[in-house]
Design a protein around this ligand. Structure first.
Ligand SMILES: Cc1ncc(COP(=O)(O)O)c(C=O)c1O
Length: 433
């Protein structure tokens, strides 16, 4: 290495590009910075989902892929007003600041709307639900701990626990209710002792489905009985289209359920603001973990969101979101019925942004391949995109893994009903052309 560096210095002072390239080629295998990486990250690559989102963000593609809220539905003007007022009024908006108490009180109100009674002392702001997930992983999971999540689950949770190289136990993802609570009960009865259970009870990502009230009750009973914390991830909890969802798990238990909420889907993801609701005595612990990560959430964002919520337009805004997304969900379900009846089955979400489709590959014929392969054809030949099911699968070798290779996740959040119909027709034509 030192010889290479020495040569590189000499040659650089003498001359040109190609020599540098040659020296780099010689030096790289001997001292790659990659070799200095921590073991857990050295063997990992970026999530298929994120790569796909980049791939399909091309102009002209009708994308049913990313779970992005529709930008046309952001309360942009009202938020801009709130932001300007906060900036003009108070320099503390630009200072290091503790959690903004008036916003915590508003979150307590939002939680009430969601069916949960909690105190302001049990709320901690986080930089998006994703940070809440990451902090809880670091709070409860240790090296090689057993962690329970569903066979098909949100990739961000999988990423958050990866540094601990956990032993994952995947419970089946039921196409009607999501998390298979009885399967977990059996495993616990046979001696399984996880450190953490992760669940998305409403607007499940990727299935779109909701857990029934009786299953919620059973799940918290299990958590209490076996003394295992549940991480309840609820970014879609207020996006319910057929009447309110059942109360979250946190409404049923305040000792063993840590709740994660988010403004991403109900206001805008660019705010990067979410919240945890947890037993107040754990707040100092999780604050230690958060401070190591980013000290605190943006004071400016907290104050602007508080200002926006005090303007009083939020209930009408939420009603607009629900109406718009309900129409899109209905358009997607209708289009699937029109183009895939008999050759696929799919979930029927009561909220959220996703529908999960299991293709009947035998009926659709050899053309289909697996859905990751199908995505390339869909983008190239038809200009339509989705997320292949494999993106949500647990790592190969996980107990209870489902591969997802004949499934796809469709998001209805960012296309108009007409575009959704067109996108599904394009998808279907992959099997007929
Ligand atoms: C289930 C689930 N949890 C968490 C997140 C992350 O949300 P946030 O933008 O609040 O970090 C998402 C985003 O799509 C999600 O689908």
């Amino acid at each position: 290495v030192s010889r290479a560096i020495h040569r590189s210095k000499t040659d650089l002072s003498a001359s040109s590009g190609p020599i540098v390239a040659e020296i780099e080629a010689e030096a790289r295998p001997q001292a790659p910075i990659e070799r200095a990486l921590a073991g857990w990250i050295a063997t990992r690559s970026r999530s298929v989902l994120r790569e796909m989102v980049t791939l399909v963000a091309r102009p002209g593609i009708l994308s049913l892929a990313g779970g992005l809220p529709d930008m046309a539905l952001f309360p942009q003007a009202a938020y801009a007003r709130a932001l300007a007022e906060v900036l003009a009024a108070d320099p503390r908006a630009l200072q290091y600041q503790p959690s903004f108490a008036p916003l915590r009180d508003q979150v307590v109100e939002l939680m009430r709307l969601r069916g949960v009674e909690c105190s302001a002392e049990s709320v901690l702001f986080v930089t998006g639900a994703q940070q809440g997930i990451d902090l809880c992983a670091r709070l409860f999971v240790e090296d090689r701990s057993v962690v329970v999540h569903e066979a098909l689950t949100y990739t961000g949770f999988q990423q958050a626990i990866a540094p601990f190289r956990p032993e994952i136990v995947a419970v089946p993802s039921h196409r009607e209710h999501g998390f298979d609570v009885e399967a977990l009960a059996e495993q616990l009865a046979s001696g399984l002792r996880p450190r953490l259970i992760y669940v998305v009870p409403d607007g499940h990502n990727p299935l779109g489905v909701s857990l029934s009230l009786s299953r919620r009750q059973r799940l918290v009973e299990l958590a209490r009985h076996y003394q295992v914390p549940i991480l309840e991830d609820d970014p879609y909890g207020l996006l319910a289209y057929d009447g309110d969802f059942a109360p979250p798990l946190r409404a049923l238990d305040e000792d063993w359920v840590i709740y994660v909420g988010s403004f991403s889907k109900i206001l805008a993801p660019g705010l990067r603001l979410g919240w945890l609701v947890m037993p107040p005595r754990l707040i100092p612990k999780v604050t230690i973990v958060k401070e190591a990560s980013d000290l605190e959430c943006s004071a400016l964002t907290q104050r602007a969101v508080q200002g926006y919520l005090s303007q009083g337009d939020f209930p009408a805004h939420l009603a607009r979101l629900r109406a718009a997304y309900r129409a899109r969900r209905d358009a997607l379900l209708g289009a699937l019925e029109g183009h895939f009846a008999g050759s696929a089955t799919w979930t029927r979400p009561r909220g959220g942004m996703f529908v999960w489709v299991d293709l009947d590959l035998a009926r659709l014929g050899a053309l289909a391949g697996d859905t990751a392969e199908l995505l390339r054809r869909a983008v190239d030949e038809q200009g339509v995109a989705f997320v292949p099911g494999v993106a949500f699968a647990a790592p190969v070798g996980t107990r209870g893994r489902e591969s997802g290779t004949s499934s796809l996740r469709l998001s209805f959040s960012s296309l108009s009903p007409d575009q959704i119909e067109q996108a599904v027709a394009r998808l279907a034509s992959l099997f007929t052309n």
